[in-house]
Design a protein around this ligand. Structure first.
Ligand code: FE2
Length: 459
């Protein structure tokens, strides 16, 4: 059960907030001041803080900053009677997870708390997956490499080539991550193959070959219960299929072999040929190029062979006697990073004005404009964005729906809501639907907009 700390100097309000949250099933504790709250936070693990803004001593906004200095992921919902745009704006800029204005209904408070907790849980889960999947994959790969000293670093090296090939082939970030995991894990099924076969210094007989060729299926089965690595299973299972259909285990051919598996097949073969193996020396770069060319379209997908050959030719892929190396592209002079701004706006003329103003005010910014919810969705999935600005008045849809779509598909994208309705309810609604900030379209708002965008992207 989630544990919530409620801070308000007014006993009546604090008790009311605590009662409402208690009735909603949370475990609740109270503090009459920010100072007392900080002491409680030292000793007790809370999942969320609900704090008044105006209090004697430290204010709720100051408390918010101090809480985040200690634990950045702890969500803080602010309750304020001082309903000014400034308070709201400061709360958003300083990272409040929600804002409730007095007087509030039970439902409003419960919704703000539930929303903040859900978002915090989602980002924790995402972080866990991002960190855990590669760690788990590397641990499994190490178990294989530990059995054969010549294999040391093999999986990481071939993964670096496979990832580069996936990048150049226009894979999405998620697909690239899957290729990385698949490349690291591709031979995980060799865990099930005895040393006498795996490390045999001579040609394998039929029975031994059958045992070795079971490793993609064993690997696939091994990963079955691990949800975190599920996306890598097709690569693990199919990395020994051949373009001409003569591979194993399923004798898939051509495009029916998953693209990630076709990439890993090429990268794996290049890495194996270029590194010294047990009882076999490495091949020269010329021999590797000849082999790739000869088997292009038979063993391997010709487009990925061509891609690998172009990397060798350009010098980005080096074939050394101790395995392949990709030129570290971080050593190249980094191009100045341009801000990519997605502007979702209903009125064409106004959108042009905004685009000009933003491109002038934000150095190097590129602004792309979507004039409908539909085109916004399309643009969203086609590129990477630094920030999104959503106008409240859309012709073909509710801007709050656009916010929901943006927030669920891009949990970390800074989003700013632009509104001509100068009401706090609108701003709070925007915030509840995932906006990080809002700007009211009044005189001179273009400067404020550029400034807020700058703050959001540098936060
Ligand atoms: Fe393999």
């Amino acid at each position: 059960m989630n544990r919530i700390l409620v801070i308000d100097d007014e006993d009546v309000v604090r008790m009311l907030v605590m009662e409402i949250l208690d009735a909603a099933g949370y475990t609740v504790e109270g503090a009459e001041s920010a100072e007392r709250a900080l002491t409680l936070l030292e000793t007790t693990d809370f999942d969320l803080v609900v704090s008044d803004v105006v209090m004697p001593g430290l204010s709720g906004l100051e408390l918010l900053e101090l809480v985040h200095e200690r634990r950045a992921s702890l969500p803080v919902v602010l309750v304020t009677g001082a309903g000014t745009y400034d308070t709201l704006s400061q709360a958003l800029t300083r990272g409040a997870a929600g804002l409730v204005t007095k007087p509030f209904s039970h439902a409003q408070l419960q919704a703000a708390v539930a929303d903040a907790l859900e978002r915090a849980a989602r980002s924790r889960e995402e972080l866990r997956e991002r960190l855990l999947a590669p760690t788990l994959a590397s641990a499994l790969a190490n178990a294989i490499e530990a059995r054969d000293s010549y294999l040391h670093g093999h999986c990481e090296r071939l993964a670096s080539l496979a990832v580069r090939m996936a990048e150049l082939s226009g894979f999405s970030p998620e697909e690239i991550e899957t290729v990385r995991l698949g490349a690291i894990l591709h031979d995980v099924g060799k865990i099930g193959i005895p040393d006498r076969v795996l490390l045999k210094p001579a040609a394998l007989d039929d029975e031994e070959r059958r045992i070795v060729e079971a490793h993609p299926e064993i690997g696939d089965k091994l990963l079955e219960p691990l949800d975190l690595l599920a996306a890598a299973r097709p690569i693990v299972r199919h990395h020994h299929e051949r373009w001409d259909g003569a591979g194993y285990p399923d004798r898939l051919a051509g495009d029916s072999i998953p693209a990630g598996a076709r990439i890993v097949a090429v990268a794996d073969s290049i890495e194996v040929m270029s590194s010294r193996q047990l009882y076999r020396s490495s091949r020269t770069p010329a021999q590797i190029v000849a082999e790739l060319t000869a088997c292009r379209g038979a063993q391997w997908d010709p487009q990925f062979v061509d891609l690998a050959l172009s990397l060798i030719e350009s010098g980005e892929l080096e074939l050394r006697a101790d395995g392949l190396r990709l030129l570290d592209r971080t050593e190249e002079p980094a191009a100045p990073e341009n801000l990519a701004v997605l502007l979702v706006h209903g009125e064409n003329e106004h959108a042009e004005l905004l685009t000009d103003a933003l491109e002038r005010a934000l150095e190097g910014a590129v602004v792309a404009c979507a004039t409908s919810a539909a085109s916004a969705s399309e643009l969203l999935s086609s590129s990477t964005w630094s920030v999104a600005i959503v106008d409240h008045n859309l012709t073909d849809g509710n801007a709050l729906d656009v916010l929901d779509i943006l927030r669920s598909s891009h949990p970390t994208l800074p989003i700013l809501m632009l509104t001509s309705l100068g009401s706090e309810e609108t701003a709070i609604e925007a915030f509840r639907h995932g906006a990080n900030d809002y700007v009211v379209k009044n005189n001179g708002y273009l400067d404020a907009l550029a400034r807020r965008v700058q703050v959001l992207v540098t936060a």
